[in-house]
Design a protein around this ligand. Structure first.
Ligand SMILES: [Fe+2]
Ligand SMILES: [Fe+2]
Length: 209
């Protein structure tokens, strides 16, 4: 009889499995090809919900900080509009955390203070700096939601649809910020680079802690 022996076949299969596990994870395949230490599919979705709730909570606090300073100015109405959409986003993720029994981030008290401080500090620099803050944060959230939507399979279609819908609203916020002169804020490139770095770090931490 020709063809590979049993041992050869097994070696080939193991090799193939390892390569697939190392490659970009596809929803269903990731569960089977999991290596020790990799999060399960369930844990990956839990992480997504945890970080998204944390992010929407942070967004709520940023806009509360901005409204504390700029709420009564002519630009206040636009900030309030974005704030109200963030409240709806947060409500959805609060519900998902409860329904799926996801452990919420332990860092919420940090985002409570840091979000408000970021919003208020940029607002104190002026309305354009507040808009620059929105642009920076929403650009990071756009990337973040895009990669989550891509990673979710058909078994999580409703969650994927929710994330896509919120992502579209975050992009509207970014566009409102740009239309309101964000790029004319003093030190725009440095300011937005700093806020983006901080936002990415906050995402990384909230997925895990
Ligand atoms: Fe949001
Ligand atoms: Fe937003």
């Amino acid at each position: 009889m020709s063809g590979p022996t049993k041992t050869e076949t097994r070696t080939k299969t193991t090799k193939k499995t390892r390569t697939r596990a190392g490659a970009k994870k596809q929803s269903g395949a990731a569960v089977r090809d999991r290596l020790p230490g990799d999060p399960s599919a369930e844990e990956r979705v839990a992480r997504m919900i945890r970080v998204d709730q944390a992010g929407e909570y942070g967004a709520r606090r940023i806009y509360e900080g901005q409204l504390a300073v700029l709420g009564r100015t002519p630009g206040g109405a636009q900030i309030r509009h974005m704030y109200e959409q963030e409240l709806a986003h947060l409500e959805t993720f609060d519900r998902l955390v409860a329904e799926r029994r996801v452990r919420p981030t332990a860092l919420q008290p940090v985002w409570h203070l840091a979000g408000f401080a970021l919003g208020a500090a940029t607002a104190l620099m002026g309305e354009k700096a507040a808009m620059a803050c929105t642009v920076a944060v929403e650009e990071v959230i756009d990337e973040h939601y895009a990669s989550q939507a891509e990673a979710l399979g058909e078994d999580e279609a409703p969650l994927k649809e929710t994330i896509e819908r919120f992502r579209a609203e975050e992009l509207e916020h970014r566009d409102l910020g740009l239309a309101s002169g964000a790029e004319q804020a003093p030190g725009y490139p440095l300011l937005t680079a700093g806020i983006k770095r901080a936002s990415r770090l906050a995402i990384w931490l909230s997925e895990r802690v």
